[in-house]
Design a protein around this ligand. Structure first.
Ligand code: NAD
Length: 308
């Protein structure tokens, strides 16, 4: 007699079996590199894309450096590093992402740039492929609606630095289907990370809380309440934060912090989220923090020196 399997079980089996093997990453900056790093270490084939081959190669070189550091500190073996490096590939052309099961966009926090990437990557992707974004704050639902696969679009929001930070926020858009959600959860599990599910509202959970605190620290500096050093020392020793808020802002990138404040301000229409003018000024100066060599600290010498 033929075995009867109820439809809901078939559906559940299907949900369990959507397997991800090959991952594309668009954006080879600090986050894209980090996501490539942990994905390759977990055994996924990883294809990295950015604007030019030079940027892609620089991204891969920085992953190599970070893997080497993990070998030196005995977090991974040299065999693990070699296996991960063999899994990392440059995708100089979007076409190289054609048979990826999952593509994670980790480009600059700018909705127009992200939409333009979806416009060029979607026609290349196979029908079942999942498209994810690492956005820190932009609406998943709105960006999904600009693609040909709103059901297979999801937020997989890693924290910086990706190889170190345990948490990943998973954010469903209004149309994201269960299969995509399960695939994202399985992927995060396989990376050995812990996920927290957030509803799709500006800033999700971590940045809704963290970035206004950083913005307030910048106001505290702007209004002359304290210097860079005294504000950071206060929060480190007075609130037991591992890093001061201004040091953390430099680490995240001041352009990213400003974009997130703008998203909170626009999306929640509350003046309490207005970006501090000093943050705007630093970004306008190109003082974006650690990645550009200068922010609330100057990183160009041996030791970081406060800039105010
Ligand atoms: P980054 O500036 O280090 O890297 C962004 C990369 O995107 C650059 O290499 C840039 O060349 C590339 N890029 C820009 N336009 C592109 C295009 N059209 N096609 C391909 N690549 C393009 O920024 P980041 O800190 O890695 O942030 C990337 C994303 O991750 C943003 O959405 C940010 O909000 C999010 N995020 C950042 C942090 C953080 O702490 N920095 C944490 C979590 C999430």
């Amino acid at each position: 007699m033929e075995k009867f399997t109820p439809a809901f079980l078939l559906e559940a089996e299907n949900i369990m079996t959507k397997e991800i093997k090959k991952i594309g990453i668009v954006g080879a900056g600090q986050m894209g590199g980090g996501i490539a790093h942990v994905s390759a270490l977990a055994g996924y084939d990883v294809y990295i894309n950015d604007l030019t081959p030079d940027v892609i190669n620089a991204g891969i070189a920085s992953v190599e450096g970070n893997l080497a550091r993990q070998v030196s500190s005995e977090k991974i073996s040299s065999e693990d590093r070699d296996a991960a490096l063999a899994k990392l590939h440059a995708a100089n052309d979007m076409q190289d992402l054609a048979d990826c099961d999952l593509v994670i966009e980790a480009a600059s926090e700018n909705e127009a740039i992200k939409r333009q990437i979806y416009n060029s990557v979607c026609p290349v992707l196979k029908p079942g492929a999942i498209l994810a974004t690492n956005t820190s704050s932009i609406s998943i639902t709105r960006m999904a609606s600009s693609t040909d696969r709103a059901e297979q679009f999801i937020g997989i929001h890693f924290m910086n630095p990706v190889p170190v930070m345990k948490l990943v926020e998973i954010v469903r858009g209004i149309a994201t289907d269960d299969e995509t959600f399960e695939a994202a959860r399985n992927y995060v599990d396989r990376l050995g990370k812990i996920y927290a599910v957030s509803e799709d509202f500006p800033g999700f959970m971590v940045n809704r809380i963290l970035i206004p605190m950083i913005n307030e620290a910048i106001y505290t500096l702007y209004e002359g309440v304290g210097s860079v050093e005294s504000i950071d020392t206060s929060l480190r020793l007075g609130a037991n934060h591992p890093m001061g808020p201004l040091q953390l802002a430099d680490f995240i990138g001041l352009d990213t912090c400003l974009s997130i404040m703008q998203v909170l301000h626009d999306g929640l229409s509350d003046t309490k989220y207005r970006p501090c003018p000093l943050l705007v000024k630093y970004v306008e100066a190109g003082w974006l923090g650690k990645k550009s060599g200068r922010g609330f600290y100057d990183y160009r010498g041996e030791e970081p020196v406060p800039t105010r």
